[in-house]
Design a protein around this ligand. Structure first.
Ligand SMILES: *Cc1c(COP(=O)(O)O)cnc(C)c1O
Length: 446
């Protein structure tokens, strides 16, 4: 075992104790294998296996990568990048103590980061806002709260019983909340009358879910938000909307994107509570933003389960700075929110960068065309024309080149199309161009 640990020391850049534990576990496996009458293996085979395993684990260390996929909100790559200003505030709050829960005027215990709720309320046009860990948590908290009493049924259209990805299935989320699902309408058509027929003394809420990552076309219908809101008000039950991405700016004004429903629209349409993600189009940290009327948000915030899902100081610092970035934007200075900047980046600017990179890198590199997407389960129809750096390996396969880039320093993630490896410059920050050049050179030369 010691010999094994020595043979693989330093693998994956991992600490001695992690290596020793891997050696111990492998020695145990080998012993069990032999006891079961298995063929003995050579020491180098066993050591090679342990080293490969440790190297794979070491690669998994969380660190920055260069996103050349063109998918702006890539869930596997951490969704929204926060940018330097937000990151600086997070770092400052993280490194030491902060006024997280103290009223500096009185010195007494205060509410957790009350400014965050205030800023988000102004930004979303809501009377009040509270925040939790993610949008899934926000929906569960709201439904749990509304179904805590005798009324347990949540009415939802069959056309909205969707799966968003990453394990978010609306029917499961409703059940997890202790609510009873009451489906109405059909997959493609649901009317106000369908909702009306389902209402009764058992109804806790009407839920609308934004379909996010898919869309329906053709023979379809769903009620106008105002009509559904009027029905809910008449029945004395809240109308809850899971908006998912929930833009705070008009996405149709950025590039060639479709219009994504905004929180303001949803509230103006009569929703009492609206849940959105912090790290989708909003462009902030992972978080779930619950916006709504002062009365409903106040009740949700008082629910004991709110404590279970509360945000930590790093998320709150990032949310605060992201909200400030939106609120300090002017007509001449767009919000300093990277997601907004990336989506609206001008193709000619990207082309100039691609040309410079291709010139520096020489023959295996060329300027190409690509299509950026919003990603993160939002706006599946939106495609934004983009510019790529196309790499054709002088030797070896394009798959190998792609792997070498992923395993490089920093890792670079691209995509393969038409036999070349493409790096979409929309999702590569200009300040990364130098690091990209170095990483691409290393991968081409290897
Ligand atoms: C993305 C999405 C969610 C999940 O949001 P998280 O912040 O990832 O938990 C929930 N509902 C809808 C409609 C979504 O689009």
């Amino acid at each position: 075992m010691e010999k094994l640990a020595q043979a693989v020391a330093g693998a994956g850049g991992l600490p001695r104790r992690v290596v020793a534990e891997a050696a111990r576990a492998e020695a145990e496996r080998v012993r069990a294998h032999l006891m079961a009458g298995g063929e003995p293996e050579g020491f180098s085979v066993v050591a090679g296996r342990v080293r490969a395993d440790l190297e794979a684990v070491g690669q998994a260390a969380l660190r920055p990568v260069i996103n050349g996929t063109g998918v702006v909100l890539h869930t596997n790559l951490g969704r929204a990048p926060l940018g330097a200003a937000v990151a600086a505030r997070v770092a400052a709050v993280a490194a030491g103590y902060s006024n997280l829960e103290i009223d500096l005027e009185s010195g007494e215990r205060g509410r957790r980061a009350p400014l965050v709720d205030r800023l988000l309320a102004v930004l979303t046009g809501a009377e009040a806002v509270c925040v939790v860990n993610n949008c899934a948590a926000a929906v569960v908290l709201v439904l749990r709260h509304l179904c805590a009493g005798e009324r347990k049924e949540v009415i939802i259209s069959r056309g909205e019983l969707v799966e968003i990805g990453g394990g978010f299935r609306v029917p499961d989320i409703i059940e997890t909340s202790g609510a009873r699902l009451r489906e109405v309408g059909t997959t493609n058509k649901t009317t106000v009358a369908d909702y009306e027929r389902a209402l009764g003394p058992q109804t806790a809420a009407i839920l609308r879910v934004h379909r996010s990552n898919f869309y329906q076309e053709g023979f379809t219908a769903s009620p106008e938000p105002e009509a559904l809101a009027a029905l809910a008000r008449q029945a004395g039950v809240p109308l809850v909307e899971d908006l998912g991405s929930g833009a705070v700016v008009d996405t149709a004004s950025l590039a060639t994107l479709e219009h994504e429903p905004t929180v303001i629209e949803s509230l103006q349409g009569g929703a009492d509570l609206v849940c959105v993600s912090g790290d989708k189009l909003f462009g902030g940290p992972q978080a779930g933003i619950i916006a709504g009327t002062a009365a409903w948000v106040g009740r949700v915030r008082q629910d004991p389960f709110f404590r279970v899902l509360r945000c930590d100081k790093l998320m709150l610092a990032a949310l605060q700075e992201t909200a400030l970035a939106y609120l300090s934007a002017t007509a001449d200075a767009p919000p300093a929110v990277p997601v907004i900047g990336l989506l609206s980046a001008d193709a000619e600017v990207l082309r100039a960068r691609a040309t410079a990179l291709a010139t520096t890198l020489g023959a295996p590199a060329a300027v190409g065309q690509g299509t950026s997407r919003c990603g993160g389960g939002t706006m599946p129809r939106s495609a934004v024309a983009s510019v790529t750096l196309d790499l054709t390996p002088p030797r070896g396969s394009v798959d190998d080149l792609s792997r070498r880039l992923r395993l490089g320093r920093p890792p670079v993630i691209g995509y393969i199309a038409g036999g070349t490896l493409k790096l979409d410059l929309r999702t590569v920050f200009p300040e990364q161009d130098e690091a990209l050049t170095t990483a691409v050179r290393a991968a081409l030369d290897a």
